[in-house]
Design a protein around this ligand. Sequence first.
Ligand code: G1P
Length: 301
Amino acid sequence: MDRTNKVRKAVIPVAGNGTRFLPATKAMPKEMLTIVDRPVVQYAVDEAIEAGIEHIVFVTSRNKSAIEDHFDDTPELISNLHRAGKTVQVSELERILPTAGSISFTRQQSPLGLGHAVWCARDLIGNEPFALLLPDMVCYGARGCMTGLMDLYSEVGGNIVAVEECDPEETSKYGIVGKGAPVSHGFAVTQMVEKPQPSQAPSNFYLNGRYILQPEIFDILANQERGAGNEIQLTDGMLRLSQAQAFHAQAYEGRTFDCGSKQGFIEANVAFALARADIGDLVYDSIKHMVLTHEPQVRAA
Ligand code: G1P
């Protein structure tokens, strides 16, 4: 089989339940919750496209059809907007519409873990390296996190993960990597552990949800035993892959918001709103007022 080293495809897993956001996620996928006026999943897609990705594979599950609809055309809506002179909205809808045939969907039938979700994309990816973006982790910075990984990949190849430093007391929330020798704008990965207690963590560099992986990960995941949380963990599979192939990490220069948590989701909304030319100043004044005056006060829900 022909093998290309170019990273053309990305996997975006969107199969998770979103229990932490109930009841908002009772009838709506958590990936469609909005940061300002774009759904969370759109940020991952935009980041992938900025990095040069040509095809996106979504790994979905039941009740996720709103995501498919979001990435489909809406000719009636667009002609209504045209008629109403709403050109800004038309441009944004046109911007986010993927080229025909450049996205695919497959389903993870049972919630067996991230490693299993990635494995579900194996046929659609085939025998080539691929990017992986976890959409709950929303990256915010001057440059896309995946663009940085692509730059390092063009120099060192192999497998690359993005990391950030976390509070050393919070290692049990993430996958943690061990830091080895520096290489270009990154470092060699010596160890990978999923959700270790602080005393077991090899460092405080956590996996922020951006990866470039070689297709050999699929054969590894096919027989990966369950790990932390009794789930098939991608981190465990990557550790095995790192014993056979080059594996590097790059510290992201921006900031990643964990939008799987309420706090991270609200912080992301504030950060992206403050950065917006249309509403940034108004939001700034309003937040400043609230913080300084403790008003409006609302009863605890
Ligand atoms: C997953 C990964 C973990 C990574 C995290 C980032 O965990 O398994 O290694 O640090 O995403 O969000 P999850 O959040 O699905 O528990």
